[in-house]
Design a protein around this ligand. Structure first.
Ligand code: GSH
Length: 225
């Protein structure tokens, strides 16, 4: 059985967890937080998520794990059959990560510490997201799913990217970013209402207190140096 290593407060972890649940692949969860030696044994750069496969191989990087899950468990597909359509799904995922997720993540330390990011950082983040918006406007169909008639990995990916966009970029930049992409908010609401997303959200909320204790300890240790 696959073991999913990481912690439910992580949105990257939840992308993989959502895909496993959607495809009804049996898996067990092992709670490991970032910064632990245990994580380094399963994830070479010490990032969450990682999995241990049925064959005992460890893999990290959410998009790589998603591809592996799809190829190993092709039932209930999350990618289209045609290579072109699959590439379009991956293109949406890549743009969501590079132009929405990663710039938004730069603001996480300020959100956690309850401080305001410096203007220069905010401006850099704003510029990257501004570049992503027309790209996602062009690529996202919302008819009813992101890449068309069928739910794909791009729906799962974007849904958890939006968690970070809303919590970090929108709050720090005072900017309703999802509103810049017509259809995104309505689609996001639909995604939130699925039983899988509700379970993942409940697990995330339950994990937050322990996660925040670790974040605060890390911030205190950094401030003491
Ligand atoms: N590119 C990685 C990013 C994963 C990532 O940044 N995970 C966060 C948790 S949400 C983490 O492990 N952070 C710890 C760190 O950066 O040291 C992926 O797609 O899996």
């Amino acid at each position: 059985m696959i073991t999913l290593h990481g912690f439910p407060a992580s949105n990257y972890y939840n992308i993989v967890k959502h895909a496993l649940l959607y495809k009804e692949v049996p898996f067990q969860e092992e709670l490991i937080f970032a910064g632990s030696d245990a994580l380094l044994t399963v994830s070479p750069v010490g990032k969450v998520p990682a999995i241990t496969t049925d064959d005992g191989v460890t893999l990290s990087e959410s998009s790589v794990i998603c591809d592996f899950i799809e190829e190993t468990y092709p039932d209930t597909p999350l990618y289209p059959e045609s290579a072109t359509e699959r590439a379009i799904v991956r293109q949406i995922m890549k743009i969501a990560e590079l132009y929405f997720e990663l710039p938004s993540r730069r603001l996480i330390p300020y959100v956690f510490s309850g401080t305001e990011a410096p203007d220069a950082v905010k401006e850099e983040v704003r510029q990257v997201i501004t570049r992503g918006i027309p790209a996602l406007n062009r690529l996202c169909q919302f008819s009813p799913w992101i890449a068309g008639k069928k739910l794909t990995m791009a729906d799962i990916y974007m849904h958890y990217v939006n968690v970070v966009v809303k919590a970090c970029a929108s709050t720090q930049l005072d900017w309703d970013i999802l509103a810049e992409i017509p259809g995104m908010k309505e689609w996001n609401d639909t995604m939130t209402q699925s039983d899988i997303a509700k379970k993942i959200e409940a697990d995330r909320v339950a994990n937050m207190p322990e996660f925040m204790i670790r974040v605060k300890a890390k911030m205190q240790a950094a401030n003491a140096q």
